[in-house]
Ligand binder design. Structure first.
Ligand code: FAD
Length: 562
């Protein structure tokens, strides 16, 4: 019998609600589901919301009766906000979060690098916004609860999974005992310690790093702006690194590296935490400032991924699929991109609009993303916590040269999480004009946002199905309209957006004016009649200097393999 804790988790700034468990006796025998998602973290909930947006129902199971403990992921990127906008929670995050775009690196008390993340008039969202993971999970949970296609089950812990030819059967334990839950597809979003991954004996590839970091959230009244602070080789923690971030609710995150040999248990002793946080506050010019501990944990960096995310009827996503270092804010930010990708790929397979090749594509694209992130974040990790004397020598040389020489300072750049470009995706059209464009987002790239007016941006109007952007003030040619109508009859969601005209364009579902020519400029448009095809996750899969119906048909067929 599963007995999840009913004691609200402690927190200074967040009141945990303990939810009632979903009990099988109140619902009777379970029919076979389309999709069961194991795990209600960021990956599981965004996958459920994406599936629902594509009309596919799901059951979400979580072992716990509460949202996750501690702030965990606190920095969310612009691309994450664009994804969260699609599932309806970005406004709530913007209202509560702390946006920022500057980072400061200090070496021996001197600021040696100031990072400025790009931000221009066309960006609806800031490069990064800080908010605690519990708040983000609360907004996601409330969106799931409000959606009729999502059946959310608190206190349901998966014990076993058996795979059959065309479905899987889960044995789920609850506070009144177990029940069986068959499903065509299972999404394993059960986190870094995924029990499903272990039970299936799946090995991850990559590296684990030895150094430990303490993560401590404190309530403290620090008169500092919301900017990232990184301290290398500081006085009170020689040879090591410290990071600080501001969070909503008067909370500051202090992450500090432990000297070799110190155990996590020793590091989390009250006296040890107190001495180090006092030393850090003194070092930044606020000795004796009163503070209160909210949550602390110990972290070590890993760069690991499964080499394939799809195993029969089970698809791994988020931390269950890969473990990425927090340097460069990768954990949850990568999970959102996984979930957005999985949502549409799985939905189209469930609806019979594409075959297993589409799921294989999801795996190939997201494993590719994980490997790229691993290569990049490995560099950040080796800079933050050098794993050998050689790396330490190199890092220390950069640190000491940076006191006087500008040229080494960009080496401090922390390589923030950024969206992966599916440049070589099999979904990219083979006979379009991608190579002939001089500018604009190319094959596999995410779209560029463009400000259209007050509080009105291009991406507000796109997403959820295929988007055909036609850059013309003339009526959409009849042959193109017929191709779109035929795709819709097959159940493929596709919206035609005419860009440029002040008045509605015949044959388009919506018309967006482009008086200043900004959209044309950002998309590298040189002649009327050019067009882009965006996939349901908004990434570009085809673009043409001049579109015709045959090539549109071919692009849709390529994007939906059997
Ligand atoms: C201590 C800590 C600190 C972190 N700090 C940062 C940070 O500073 N920055 C950052 O970017 N990332 C951080 N992360 C990582 C970030 O929290 C994760 O990347 C993110 O939560 C991934 O989301 P997920 O949905 O894949 O997994 P999780 O959020 O871990 O969710 C897993 C879900 O699966 C459920 N579950 C597990 N097993 C079962 C089962 N058998 N049956 C049913 N349900 C089950 C859990 O209850 C939970 O709902 C931190 C993580 C931890 C643990």
């Amino acid at each position: 019998m599963h007995t999840p804790s009913t004691q609200p988790r402690p927190s200074i700034y967040y009141r945990y609600e303990v939810f009632s468990p979903w009990l099988p006796s109140a619902h009777g025998p379970q029919d076979r589901q389309q999709v069961v998602i194991v795990g209600a973290g960021p990956a599981g909930m965004v996958t459920a919301l994406e599936l629902a947006r594509h009309g596919v129902p799901s059951v979400v199971l979580t072992a716990e009766l509460q949202l996750s403990q501690g702030s965990r992921a606190i920095c969310f990127t612009r691309r994450s906000m664009e994804i969260l906008q699609q599932v309806g929670v970005a406004d709530r995050i913007s209202a509560q979060g702390l946006p920022w775009r500057f980072g400061n690196s200090f070496y021996r008390g001197q600021r040696v690098f100031r990072m400025e993340a790009p931000h221009d008039v066309h960006d609806r969202f800031w490069p990064i916004i800080n908010i605690q993971q519990q708040l983000l999970e609360q907004y996601l949970y409330e969106a799931c609860k409000a959606h009729p296609l999502i059946d959310f089950r608190w206190g349901n812990k998966v014990l076993h999974l058996t795979q059959k030819d065309d479905h899987a059967v889960l044995e789920v334990d609850t506070p009144e005992g177990p029940y069986s839950l068959p499903s065509h597809w299972v999404v394993a979003a059960d986190g870094g310690r995924s029990g499903i991954r272990s039970a299936m004996n799946l090995a991850m590839e990559g590296a684990s790093y030895e150094g430990f970091f303490v993560i401590a959230d404190i309530k403290v009244d620090l008169p500092l702006p919301t900017e990232r602070l990184a301290f290398f080789d500081p006085e009170w923690n020689p040879g090591n690194t410290i990071l600080m971030h501001r969070e909503p609710g008067g909370i500051w995150r202090v992450d500090y590296q432990l000297p070799p040999g110190e155990t996590p248990e020793e590091a989390l002793q009250t006296e040890s935490l107190k001495a180090r946080i006092d030393a850090q506050l003194a070092m930044i010019g606020h000795p004796g400032l009163p503070w209160e501990l909210d949550w602390s944990s110990v972290y070590s960096a890993r760069t690991l991924t499964l080499p394939d995310f799809v195993h029969g009827r089970v698809i791994f996503t988020g931390d269950a699929a890969h473990l990425l270092p927090i340097f460069g804010v990768r954990g949850a930010n990568t999970a959102f991109q996984d979930a957005q990708s999985l949502g549409w790929h799985l939905a189209f397979v469930v609806k019979g609009l594409a075959g297993p090749a589409l799921l294989a594509n999801h795996s190939a694209e997201r494993v590719g993303a994980a490997r790229e992130i691993i290569a990049e974040s490995g560099k950040s990790t080796r800079f933050m916590a050098p794993p050998s004397p050689g790396f330490r020598l190199l890092r220390d040389a950069v640190l000491s040269l940076s006191l006087q020489h500008d040229f080494v300072r960009p080496l401090y750049h922390w390589r923030t999480s950024r969206p992966h470009e599916y440049t070589h995706s099999r979904l990219n059209s083979a006979d379009d004009d991608n190579a002939l464009f001089e500018d604009g987002p190319a094959h596999g790239a995410p779209p560029k946002n463009v400000k259209l007016g007050d509080d009105d941006y291009l991406l507000d109007h796109l997403g959820g199905g295929f988007d055909l952007l036609v850059f013309s003030e003339d009526a959409v040619p009849q042959s193109l309209q017929d191709t779109v109508a035929a795709a819709r009859r097959r159940g493929i969601p596709i919206r035609v957006t005419a860009i440029g005209a002040a008045q509605p364009v015949t044959g388009a579902d919506q018309t967006l004016a482009d008086g200043s020519g900004q959209v044309c400029q950002c998309y590298g448009i040189r002649q009327p009649g050019s067009a882009y095809l965006l996939r349901p996750d908004q990434h570009v899969c085809a673009r043409w200097l001049k579109l015709d119906a045959t090539r549109l048909q071919a692009a849709l067929a390529t994007a939906l393999p059997s």
